[in-house]
Write a protein that binds this ligand. Structure first.
Ligand code: ADP
Length: 395
């Protein structure tokens, strides 16, 4: 296995910049997921590693070698795509071994590798099946086995589970984690599904508009997002945001204020526009404020829609008097709404007046103008610089 390094990789298609000056390193044996909305440049970035797309600028290294000008077959990478094209007239054994036979490996070596790969992806006993006789998940495992037998330095996987149904996706997620562990493989994985990114990866690389926003372990992206984009993209349902202004003793937003010492917030000063971010699970009923070390002052709200999810309940709160219900909209985009997540035993009904508090140790503050994170805890205890916390922290 080998590490992969991108150095200032840019890819332009005419006027459009698909990948914008991306530099990152995937360590030997690491599972790194590229995640972001559709069109953000995930696939193109991976294609520059695969050799399918030459970068307009920048270099790509695998191990210590500069592979920027090498053909895909000379890079030691194996790819698994969303649409695994199996040969319909070949059985599983022939499909998995196709590349090896093409490269004229001797029969015994081919058999050894195919059996080992089939064992890893749990396809033993199915080697003489035809693709048409297999489920989507089994076919996907054939595709993965075909990558394994090549003994690559790096696995590149582009949305390999996207065509599977939800249950199978969850199952394959655990299989891929096991595969990664057993092979100690270097994996670059592309997905728009943040659940996949959060559960499988050592680190996730969040991309937007071709630019790398943050590369960090999943929980660091969740707890210490580097900017508004990552904060809103990672986590489901999304973080609540409220735009406001830094004042002498805190932040004022249209519907609530939070207390803090402006001197403890780097980069901005009183009068600057800041955005408060708080995740639904960090909004609590005021009657439960005792469990919090540093709750905010109570915020008057009215419950609107209640969504019981089984293990948690989402409560859509309207903050402003006369605020319109607008459930089609993302609540995080409206200053008049706040989404709260509570435990199923919480007694709350629709259209009830409630006071809520925010856990101040979990309130994020962003500079509105740039979107950059300022602090991830407004109690003034942490004293960390979000910039450094966001990029490293995986060692
Ligand atoms: P993602 O994988 O995140 O959905 P892509 O890497 O496929 O995004 O695409 C990034 C951007 O580059 C998109 O706007 C897409 O339209 C553009 N793009 C990708 N491939 C090509 C191409 N071959 N020709 C022109 N534009 C392309």
């Amino acid at each position: 296995m080998a590490r992969v390094r991108l150095e200032n990789v840019t890819k332009r298609y005419g006027e459009e910049t698909a990948v914008d000056d991306v530099s990152l390193e995937v360590k030997d044996g690491e599972f790194v997921t590229f995640v972001g909305p559709s069109g953000c440049g995930k696939s193109t970035t991976m294609e520059t590693v695969a050799g399918l797309t030459p970068p307009t600028e920048g270099r790509v290294y695998i191990g210590d070698d500069d592979v920027t000008g090498l053909a895909p077959k000379d890079r030691g990478v194996a790819m698994v795509f969303q649409n695994i094209a199996l040969f319909p007239h070949m059985d599983v054994y022939e499909n998995i071994s196709f590349g090896l036979r093409l490269r004229k490996y001797d029969d015994e070596e081919v058999r050894r590798r195919v059996e080992q790969a089939a064992d890893i992806v749990q396809l033993e006993g199915m080697l003489d099946r035809m693709p048409a006789e297999m489920s989507g998940g089994q076919q996907q495992r054939v595709g993965i086995a075909r990558a394994i037998v090549r003994n690559p330095d790096v696995f590149l996987m582009d949305e390999p589970l996207a065509n599977l149904d939800a249950k199978l996706r969850v199952h394959m997620r655990t299989e891929l984690q096991r595969l990664h562990r057993e092979l100690e493989a270097t994996v670059i994985y592309v997905t728009h599904d943040q659940a996949e990114a959060m559960t499988m990866s050592n680190r996730i690389a969040v991309l937007n508009d071709g630019k790398l926003q943050q590369i960090a372990p999943p929980l660091v992206c969740y707890n210490e997002p580097t900017n508004l984009f990552v904060a809103g993209f990672i986590g489901s349902p999304s973080m609540n945001f409220a735009e406001g202004e830094l004042v002498e003793d805190g932040v004022e937003t249209p519907n609530f204020d939070v207390e803090l010492d402006p001197a403890a917030v780097p980069k901005v000063s009183v009068g600057d526009a800041v955005t408060v971010g708080v995740r639904p699970e960090d909004v609590h009923l005021a009657e439960n404020a005792d469990s919090l070390a540093q709750p905010s002052a109570p915020i008057a709200a009215r419950s609107d829609v209640i969504e019981p999810m089984g293990d948690e309940v989402f409560v859509y709160l309207l903050l402003a008097e006369g605020a319109e219900r607008s459930m089609e909209k993302d609540p995080s985009s409206s200053a008049d709404q706040l989404l709260m997540s509570v435990t199923p035993d919480t007694k709350i009904e629709a259209e009830q007046d409630v006071d809520v508090v925010l856990d101040r140790s979990k309130i994020h503050l962003f500079e509105t103008a740039t979107g950059d994170a300022l602090v991830h805890d407004i109690t003034g205890r942490s004293g960390q610089d979000p910039g450094t916390a966001a990029t490293e922290a995986d060692d």
